[in-house]
Design a protein around this ligand. Structure first.
Ligand SMILES: Cc1cc2nc3c(=O)[nH]c(=O)nc-3n(C[C@H](O)[C@H](O)[C@H](O)COP(=O)(O)OP(=O)(O)OC[C@H]3O[C@@H](n4cnc5c(N)ncnc54)[C@H](O)[C@@H]3O)c2cc1C
Length: 288
């Protein structure tokens, strides 16, 4: 195995583009190193991104949006009170990843690029409308987070492409988001279902929403029908029932040891209701 520690994303991309065997980028390593030690994936080229300037930075931009470096661990997100105030749902998704030890290393970017349909931070990012900056042999581009995962363990990143940052839009006024997951244990488990809701209010009325489900399909699912069920409402009982139905209808899960198809579909509706309620209350000023 060849270990590389490039000083720029361009160099990281060049190394990855010219590699012919199995290549992995090393962010926190909580997926890569576990797979390596278990002998599941032994990279020929391991490209450590942590020596690249800026990768550990959390930056609030002039327009109110956020740029989060690809090596920022979950624990730093939770410690940033301004970020938590703007995007509590994004942060709580990442904070559910693993244990205190895992939190000290695991990153949003690694969680996304690992390609797990159950990745806990991804629904919140998609609900927020986050984008990913990418550099590759053909230059740089910015893509919506939902376009990165294409199936279990798979992404749309082309050979030689490396994610360079996660971008969150400006929070703006009267908005709130939330992420909930169901796991059989109280912690350290993989989501059976996850749901993120992000919404904006005008007075008591929802004017915009994004509803995203995790672990109920090969990738996270953005559900416009679920958003449509609550936009224009005050999240009354009828709206919550319509949201529940739309979330259930969007599910295409598998049965496994954590839950059956039927159970996952039921839980998706329940979590959508609960996450929407929390997001709504946060948009009204409730603190995370
Ligand atoms: C004990 C334990 C518990 C866990 N619990 C959870 C959990 O509850 N929920 C959950 O979602 N996950 C969980 N995980 C999985 C893991 O911690 C997360 O997926 C984590 O966010 C991965 O981030 P990382 O920085 O460690 O990624 P890494 O292991 O460094 O990388 C992961 C993947 O992303 C790719 N990658 C990394 N950076 C880039 C980049 N900049 N550009 C392109 N590709 C890149 C790598 O090539 C690799 O394929 C757990 C893991 C462990 C070991």
């Amino acid at each position: 195995m060849r270990y590389h520690a490039p000083a720029s994303f361009e160099d990281a991309s060049r190394i990855a583009a010219s590699a012919t065997g199995v290549t992995r980028f090393l962010a926190g390593g909580t997926d890569v190193l576990v797979q390596l030690r278990a002998g599941m994936v032994i990279p020929d080229d391991l490209i450590d991104l942590k020596k690249i300037p800026g990768v550990s930075d959390i930056v609030k931009n002039g327009d109110g949006g956020w740029t989060i470096g690809v090596a920022v661990p979950g624990i730093r997100l939770g410690a940033d009170s301004a970020l938590v105030a703007d995007w509590p749902g994004v942060v709580e998704g990442m904070e559910l990843v693993g244990s205190t030890q895992v939190q000290g290393r695991a990153t949003l970017t690694g969680n996304l690029c690992n390609g797990s349909p159950a990745a806990d931070s991804v629904p919140g990012l998609v609900a927020a409308g986050a984008t990913v900056s990418v550099t590759g042999p053909e230059g740089s581009r910015t893509i919506p987070v939902e376009e990165i995962p294409t199936g279990p363990g798979k992404t749309s990143l082309k050979p030689g492409e490396v994610a360079t940052a996660i971008n969150l839009p400006p929070r703006g006024e009267h908005g709130g988001d939330a992420y909930l997951r169901f796991i059989p244990r109280t912690e350290m488990d993989i989501a059976v279902v996850g749901c993120a809701v992000n919404l904006k209010l005008d007075g008591d009325t929802i004017t915009e929403a994004r509803v995203v489900l995790g672990a109920v399909a090969p990738t996270v699912v953005l559900v416009p029908e679920a958003a449509a069920a609550i936009v224009g409402t005050t999240l009354d009982d009828a709206a919550l029932a319509a949201l529940d139905a739309a979330a259930r209808a969007a599910c295409n899960p598998i049965s496994d040891k954590r839950g059956t198809v039927e159970f996952r579909i039921d839980v998706a509706g329940v979590l959508a209701r609960r996450a929407a309620r929390i997001a709504y209350d946060r948009a009204k000023g409730a603190k995370a």
